[in-house]
Design a protein. Structure first.
Length: 258
């Protein structure tokens, strides 16, 4: 993709819920988010995040931007593998819980900021990551472009997201996901909406092949994906090519304290 392009082109723009509604929903469930993640995924969510870290390879002295960082689980896994990490999330109640989870030696900073306007300069990171976040971003292509913008040429973009398995297991999974999970989610979070939103957005999510095409449409190279746990989740990656131009740098954000 010579001389292109994080600011133009790409595929279809699909409308997600209003950012204010997304923020409000995550603010309401922030206090129980980690507990619900572990319960509803039977603890597998942390294994998926470790898979992202493994895919990232040698992280020593790498700079990573983890967007939609939420309560910081992926950012923390990345820094414990040697990276210096900036975790960014626009919901204060979520990201404010992250600093309290750090341990001595973690090289991580958490800021409140928008995935569509990351508070870090162009080409400043070796890697940009997002776990279960891009699905919630109002314009996911713009979110991917923004991740690519902050990554230096030759660096990578890694996205972990839910997916929908096929076949008999897919049928069982959809039953769990649409009937059982929202009930448990509602009981534990005390929020009617949030755990209806989850299956609704996951079932409307593109197939791994189509999402990979979106990676390619914004100019990422060497794109590929790996299905995890029989296709319940999927890890996607792409590389920022050497020959691209990028829009101007963006403004810094304020660090969040515990
Ligand atoms: C399902 S949580 C994922 C959190 C975390 N990455 C994890 O692995 O648990 C989705 C997060 O995306 C954040 N988010 C959604 N849209 C965003 C945006 N435009 N900018 C920044 N954060 C956003 C929400 O605030 C929420 O914390």
């Amino acid at each position: 993709m010579p001389g292109t392009k994080w600011g133009q082109g790409g595929g279809t723009l699909r409308t997600m819920p209003e950012p204010a509604a997304v923020q409000s929903m995550f603010s309401r469930i922030a206090g129980r988010y980690d507990l619900l993640n572990r319960t509803l995924s039977l603890g597998i969510d942390q294994r998926w995040r470790r898979r992202v870290v493994r895919e990232a390879g040698d992280l020593s002295s790498s700079v990573v931007v983890d967007t939609c960082t939420g309560t910081g689980d992926l950012a923390l896994a990345l820094t414990r593998a040697g990276a210096r990490v900036l975790g960014v999330d626009f919901t204060h109640a979520m990201v404010a819980r992250a600093p309290g989870k750090t341990k001595r030696g973690d090289d991580v900073q958490f800021v409140q900021g928008d995935a569509l306007r990351l508070p870090t300069p162009t080409d400043s990171a070796d890697l940009a990551t997002v776990a279960f976040g891009i699905r919630n971003v109002a314009d996911r292509l713009e979110g991917l472009r923004e991740m690519a913008r902050v990554v230096r040429p030759g660096g990578r973009v890694l996205v972990l997201e839910f997916s929908t398995p096929k076949g008999v297991f897919g049928w069982m999974y959809r039953t769990y996901f649409t009937k059982v999970l929202p009930r448990i989610g509602r009981l534990v979070s005390k929020d009617r909406e949030a755990y209806d939103y989850l299956p609704r957005t996951v079932l409307a999510w593109p197939s791994p092949e189509d999402f990979q095409a979106e990676f390619e449409s914004i100019g990422l190279a060497d794109c590929n994906f790996r299905r995890l746990t029989l296709g319940v989740a999927c890890l996607h990656w792409g590389t920022v090519p050497a020959d691209c131009t990028v829009p101007a740098d963006r403004v810094p954000a304020e660090e969040v304290s515990a």
